[in-house]
Design a binder for this molecule. Sequence first.
Ligand SMILES: [Fe+2]
Ligand SMILES: [Fe+2]
Length: 313
Amino acid sequence: MAPSALQDSPPPLAAAKAGGQALEDVSDAVDAVNALKYDAASQFDTAKDKTAFRQYETACDRVRLFYAEQHAKQTVAYNLAARNRFHASSRARPELTVWQAMEKLDTLVDESDPDTSLSQIGHLLQSAEAIRRDGKPRWMQATGLVHDLGKLMLFFDALGTQGQWDVVGDTFPVGCAFDPRIVLAASTFAANPDTRDPVYASPLGIYAPGCGLDNVMLSWGHDEYLYHVLRDQSTLPDEALAMIRYHSFYPWHREGAYRELMAPKDWDMLKAVQAFNPYDLYSKSDDVPSVDELKPYYMELIDEFFPQKVLKW
Ligand SMILES: [Fe+2]
Ligand SMILES: [Fe+2]
């Protein structure tokens, strides 16, 4: 490395925080677009708050750039490589309890502007609290509490995470034709080499009809990573694992795409994911929860569903 490059490099923690802030900005913008799209009619009619509208426009610009990169780079080859890095026996898996993971994730964005971004612990607790307030089961509260911990992948160098495009954003299957119902699909996928592969570009691609989403490779990101971490390290039910794995799979759970890949079990999973979605998108405007007050309740909840306590990430 040239001396100038050394001098120009920020210290690793600063770089991680800068990366974390940029990641959160994109993640928030994606959520803002998803939240407004969902309520488009009523929000648009009553959009008197010009400040909010400008923020949405800014979010849209940011989101457009983000998806141009994500849709160009999420290929079958990249997804196989990412999974190989995750499963590699040579990878020393970091060991953290769920609460330690929450605190670690919080350090990624702890210098963020509180006006624009709630802390990660804040978002996880708000989601869990909204689920709890609605009297939903304890396993669903636990799911709300952990659902974004996959963003920790940014911290773990051995995973080879490239940037924001393979951590956040809506997800979709790779290995078959990209459905036009994927957000911004019309203008972004031409740059993806898989669209020129005769198999990957065919409607079912490498999959059989009704093969079940368990057998479908979803674009690599924080949802897919956390699902792979938790599937054999928790007592959470299948519905919870589906909420984690598919919470950003908007073309499926909102737009109705990819029905031809579903197995009978997936219809129950779809209901679960749709039930979870509002707690992720719409709890952000709730009061900021007190971490200290809530910690005892959630520590007990964590013990219930993560009995081995220390997880391998
Ligand atoms: Fe998420
Ligand atoms: Fe979330």
